[in-house]
Design a protein around this ligand. Structure first.
Ligand SMILES: C[S@@+](CC[C@H](N)C(=O)[O-])C[C@H]1O[C@@H](n2cnc3c(N)ncnc32)[C@H](O)[C@@H]1O
Length: 250
């Protein structure tokens, strides 16, 4: 269940004198996301600051809600692990991982300062200590070499085909840098194409788990979401699969 509180922090830059027409408005809202086994008694909630005018990194996409719920349901896997979230945007899955005991690094495009700043604000708002860093896919800044995550998260990061190779390069590097690690992603298949399966093979990766996102969501969360969304767990092809095998696209 998600609650949305509008007008949390509305900064009006308008110089209109009738007080009605608003221009250059930076409207932010706070949404609250609840996690728990019983819908009426959540174990905890996470508050996310969103900007309704922003298209990508300042909005909680359905894939993020779904991946965050998966992290909650799989919470036994997370305590004590290093987690890196790629293209984290508003960072809901990473924040849930931090809440259940992971050491979390939230990352997004190094050039998107407003997104990175918002991540810091969201961590403060939820009193969670996460590292926030710029990590642009396919770019090898010094900071990436120190990352050794056991779990890599990515919600709705496969949306622009021209960035897929750069993204796979980063994922593959992180998986190689941390043997035994796994990439868990939620993918909104908007076009129905199979480019991701092809690139996964090209980059020496394999899918060890593929499930329909709506198969594990509780009815009260599922009713608020829609789309052809799948959750995949991906590892290096050279590593033995720990999860039930499944292939992408089926
Ligand atoms: C569709 S949004 C998903 C955001 C968030 N994960 C969610 O599901 O709510 C895609 C995210 O990827 C980030 N992104 C896009 N291109 C990127 C790149 N080349 N390197 C790193 N991050 C990138 C965007 O800034 C944005 O936060």
């Amino acid at each position: 269940m998600t609650d949305r509180m509008n007008d949390f922090d509305s900064k009006m830059d308008s110089d209109e004198d009738d007080g009605c027409e608003i221009s250059n408005e930076h409207m932010t809202t706070v949404s609250r996301h609840h996690f728990g086994d019983e819908s009426d008694k959540p174990s905890f909630s996470i508050s996310i600051i969103e900007n309704i005018k922003e298209e990508y990194g300042l909005f909680v996409w359905p894939c993020s809600v779904i991946l965050a719920e998966y992290v909650w349901q799989q919470r036994d896997r997370f305590p004590g692990t290093n987690v890196v979230e790629l293209g984290a945007g508003t960072s809901l899955p990473g924040l849930v991982a931090a809440k259940v005991g992971s050491n979390v690094t939230l990352t997004d495009d190094s050039d998107r300062v407003e997104v990175l700043e918002n991540m810091k604000r969201v961590c403060e708002l939820n009193k969670l200590k996460c590292q926030v860093m710029g990590l642009t896919w396919g770019v090898w800044d010094a900071s990436i070499f120190d990352l050794q995550p056991q779990i890599i998260l990515g919600a709705d990061v496969f949306y622009d085909a021209s960035a897929f190779d750069d993204l796979f390069a980063t994922i593959t590097y992180l998986l190689q840098n941390s043997p035994g690690s796994i990439f868990i992603t939620t993918y909104h298949n908007r076009s129905g194409h199979h480019l991701i399966e092809f690139l996964m093979v090209k980059w020496g990766l394999k899918c060890v788990k593929l499930i329909d996102a709506f198969s594990f969501l509780s009815p009260y969360k599922a009713t608020e979401l829609s789309g052809n969304i799948q959750l995949a767990e991906i590892i290096l092809s050279s590593e033995p699969a720990k999860e039930t095998s499944a292939s992408m696209g089926k």
